[in-house]
Design a protein around this ligand. Structure first.
Ligand code: SAH
Ligand code: SF4
Ligand code: F3S
Length: 467
């Protein structure tokens, strides 16, 4: 380790993807801090620039390509200074994350100024990779098989540089075996694998000791956690399930919250619902992407449930929890989607009273099955028009959902404050992830307080501290 120490160097990371991607950034920063790289928010002052990319839609990938283009220009300017014998900065540029895992060596060819490309399975090799680029090697490390999570020992050695917030992301499983026909994730994150419960509990305990008030368990299909683990070897003979993991995490002392994302509808078992009911620290919140309201489209998407089955799961959850929020993701304009089928998506949002949905127009992704169905592609104009209608439906659904809570009291974790016309306006979240604004003392940031909801707007609630 000693020989790799690079004291007084600065690293800037631009993070473009989902929570898993953000969590990778925290691990990357933790590893780099071990050998002297300090994080900076100013890319112009950085010695090492890293873009951590997302490939879920073409738009996300394009954003990554343009970010590094600007950095390449800076590097060329420094190179010019070097050639002129002037003082210069030795900038290194790295490209990682899901686009790196997908494009591999092609990136080194496309962007001659890149020093390093590393994939989602190579995060834990960073000490060696950085050493090599600092010896002026250009390196591409994009293993198909994961090193992460299988080598707990390596992981344990490094601190995680968590973003300044009350919430600690904890990946519990990674990868996906579902191969939905539109989705790149199984290609960028590989097959499903779970971390051992003991390792997760230790990481959670540590986060709570450090003062975090919330832990969020992450996985592409968090509710299929433990599928490939061995109950005898890994969990004292108990079933390795998300439900049992939640029960164990709930036993950690202290006042804090536990969340988990993302759930696959049919992997939500009765035992999971029961565990959320049993565990006071686990939040009444479920993010369960439906993707389409049409059973026929769901079949084409290779989703393993019908519209009715999704509805049954939602009903079970709503019956079990008083203040629960259920959120979803939807895709507009999937290949072959008819106007009637699209309308089934709109009606699903109403019928299942979904509290909020992420929305996107279908974007063809290389290697995925649906990308080959070019004869069924929906034209751009129709996609844009459907997305606009979907967004409008979502907006109405949010207002309706928020209005349900007026008059109720919710426990809020205060996250931040803003000074407005001599008042301090606090912002926090309820267990169900609803954002609420209310007057209060700024010392309450980081505390739990009971708030009565007094009014609702589209994207947030307003309230007052309950006596
Ligand atoms: N594992 C989660 C979702 C991961 S990807 C699940 O099973 O639902 C996050 C969201 O991106 C998806 O829910 C989907 O709505 C959207 N998405 C994925 N691929 C897409 C594509 N090719 N075009 C548009 N949206 C897409
Ligand atoms: Fe993608 Fe489907 Fe896996 Fe979710 S379940 S990550 S949408 S392939
Ligand atoms: Fe994007 Fe990769 Fe996450 S493709 S959504 S960063 S898993």
């Amino acid at each position: 380790m000693e020989e790799t120490k690079q004291f007084n160097k600065k690293v800037y990371v631009e993070t473009m993807g989902c929570q898993m991607n953000k969590s990778d950034t925290e691990r990357i920063l933790g590893m780099l801090s071990h050998f002297g790289y300090e994080e900076t928010q100013d890319p112009k002052s950085a010695d090492l620039l890293i873009v951590n990319t997302c490939s879920i839609r073409q738009l996300s990938a394009d954003k990554a390509y343009s970010a590094v283009g600007v950095w390449g220009k800076w590097k060329n300017e420094e190179r010019k200074k070097e050639l002129e014998g002037k003082p210069f900065r030795d900038i290194k540029i790295a490209f990682c994350g899901c686009v790196a895992q997908q494009d591999k060596e092609k990136l080194l060819k496309r962007f001659p100024f890149l020093d390093l490309v590393f994939g989602t399975n190579n995060v834990y090799e960073l000490p060696d990779l950085i050493k090599r680029i600092n010896n002026n090697e250009r390196v591409c490390a994009t293993n198909e098989t994961p090193k992460k999570f299988t080598e707990g020992e390596i992981e344990a050695k490094y601190e995680i540089k968590r973003a300044k917030s009350l919430n600690a992301w904890i990946p519990i499983m990674e990868g996906c075996d579902n191969f939905c026909t539109y989705c790149i994730v199984p290609f960028t994150r590989g097959r499903e694998r779970s971390r051992r419960p003991a390792e997760i509990i230790e990481e959670a305990q540590k986060a709570i000791n450090e003062g975090f008030k919330e832990i969020t368990l992450l996985g592409q299909n968090v509710d299929s956690y433990g599928k490939h683990l061995d109950a005898q070897k890994d969990y004292d003979g108990r079933d390795v399930t998300l439900a049992n993991l939640l029960r164990d995490l709930n036993k950690i002392d202290g006042k804090f919250r536990i969340r988990f994302v993302t759930s696959y509808p049919t992997d939500i078992t009765d035992d999971l619902i029961q565990s959320v009911q049993e565990c006071d620290k686990v939040c009444e919140f479920f993010h369960i992407p439906m993707q389409s309201g049409s059973t026929e489209v769901l079949k084409q998407m290779n989703r393993r449930y019908t519209r009715e089955e999704y509805g049954q799961i939602v009903k079970k959850i709503r019956t079990a929890f008083k203040n629960v929020a259920i959120t979803s993701d939807f895709i507009a304009g999937f290949p072959g989607e008819t106007e009637e089928q699209f309308e089934e998506t709109l009606s699903a949002i109403d019928e299942f009273e979904l509290d909020y949905s992420n929305t996107a127009a279908y974007s063809p992704r290389l290697k995925t099955r649906a990308a080959k169905w070019t004869d069924k592609f929906i034209d751009e104009e129709t996609k844009v028009e459907r997305l606009a209608r979907l967004n409008e439906k979502n907006r109405q659904a949010c207002i309706k959902s928020n209005e349900k809570f007026v008059g109720r009291s919710l426990e809020i974790l205060v996250e931040s404050y803003e000074e407005k016309d001599d008042n301090i306006i606090l912002a926090g979240r309820a267990e169900n992830n609803k954002i609420i604004h209310f007057k209060g003392d700024k010392n309450l940031v980081g505390e739990f307080v009971n708030v009565r909801v007094t009014s609702a707007s589209t994207w947030h609630l307003r309230g007052e501290i309950a006596e």
